[in-house]
Design a protein around this ligand. Sequence first.
Ligand code: FES
Length: 107
Amino acid sequence: MTDTFVRACALAELEEDTPKRVELEGVPIALVRTEGEVFAVNDICSHANVSLSEGEVEDCQIECWLHGSSFDLRTGKPSGLPATRPVPVYPVKIEGDDVLVSVTQES
Ligand code: FES
């Protein structure tokens, strides 16, 4: 199987519960380090064209600042209205101090 992971940033660049927006192969990604793990979700809210990385992180969820839907960082599913569709989530690997994300493989 081809390895589709690409380097997103250094692990040290990610502050706990502070999302970081990166763009990988043209895909906007919100990277979040929380609860000892790193998650990658599509940065665009499924409700409107809003950057999720500008929202807050709590309980392994990222909140859209515009209308308040929160998305589970593990599954991308919204926990409440107005968003009804999940955002794509992507596999993350940590190698040394590098955070790698596979954007071609939604999980
Ligand atoms: S734009 Fe994100 S909940 Fe409305």
